[in-house]
Design a protein around this ligand. Structure first.
Ligand SMILES: NC(=O)c1ccc[n+]([C@@H]2O[C@H](COP(=O)([O-])OP(=O)(O)OC[C@H]3O[C@@H](n4cnc5c(N)ncnc54)[C@H](OP(=O)(O)O)[C@@H]3O)[C@@H](O)[C@H]2O)c1
Length: 228
């Protein structure tokens, strides 16, 4: 079991929400193959890092496609520490109730559109949270506030690419940890799905700190800091 690490969540002012995005991508920008296979893009140290982040988070959040593809547990297992509350974004409630996060009894919130589709108060053993939704897209600011009301302020967004990109586009990411693995998948599910920039000069340019992570690189991006 890996040692307890310094947490990127430490130092967050009490009462404020903090959203950390997390993804592991291949050198050619993919987080999974075309069939959705993503185990594993990064190495063992990358997995350890993810579990450290979970141990420091109040909530770990993923999109419906990640649950459908991976059936993840989203618990803290590779390091010592508590498991976060699982939050699944499934506006249309297209996921069945048989997935681990809905059956293993650990705390889970299933976020569904608050327009009548929310339906039952439970989904398997998970609690259904009705979230304002327009055109099938959640109001992520409202969701962040709903989670804060439940005491869930340190939020780890663990993917996939669509989910992470929507948080990024909404300006809700405070920090982003991207693992870059020396792997070429050729095709597959992209890490980011954002509106295109007309030219590099018009693109959002970020500042990062780069750390070796086993055979991979960890790109640590803090939003709100200036880039070159
Ligand atoms: N390499 C990695 O680090 C990593 C991490 C996680 C997942 N993955 C892989 O990534 C793949 C899935 O990624 P993905 O980008 O295709 O999908 P995803 O982000 O897992 O899920 C996207 C879906 O979640 C729902 N959703 C997400 N954000 C929403 C919002 N703001 N409002 C409303 N609904 C929202 C939508 O469901 P609806 O379609 O029902 O509208 C959306 O289509 C899987 O193959 C998984 O294995 C890799």
């Amino acid at each position: 079991m890996a040692e307890a690490p310094p947490s990127p969540f430490l130092g967050v002012a009490g009462g404020e929400s903090f959203v950390l995005g997390r993804i592991a991508q291949s050198l050619d920008g993919r987080i999974a193959t075309p069939s959705g296979a993503s185990r594993w893009i990064g190495g063992a140290e990358d997995l350890d890092h993810t579990h450290r982040l979970r141990a420091s988070a109040d909530a770990v959040l993923v999109g419906a496609a990640t649950v459908a593809a991976d059936d993840p547990r989203l618990t803290t297992r590779r390091v010592a520490g508590p498991s976060p509350v699982r939050v699944v974004l499934d506006p249309r409630r297209r996921l069945g109730t048989g997935f681990h996060v809905f059956q293993d009894g650990g705390p889970t919130l299933l976020c569904a559109a608050a327009d009548g589709i929310a339906g039952d108060a439970h989904h398997g053993k998970a609690v259904v949270l009705a979230v304002p939704c327009r055109g099938g897209v959640f109001d992520l600011h409202a969701l962040r506030d709903q989670l804060a009301l439940r005491g869930l302020r340190r939020i780890l967004v663990e993917g996939g690419g669509v989910t992470l990109s929507r948080f990024l586009a909404a300006g809700l990411l405070d920090r982003l940890h991207v693992t870059l693995a020396p792997l070429l998948l050729g095709d597959g599910i992209p890490a980011f799905a954002l509106p295109p920039a007309a030219t590099p000069a018009e693109a959002q340019r970020l500042a990062w700190t780069v750390h070796p992570l086993g055979g991979d690189l960890l790109l640590d991006i803090v939003f709100g800091t200036s880039a070159r």
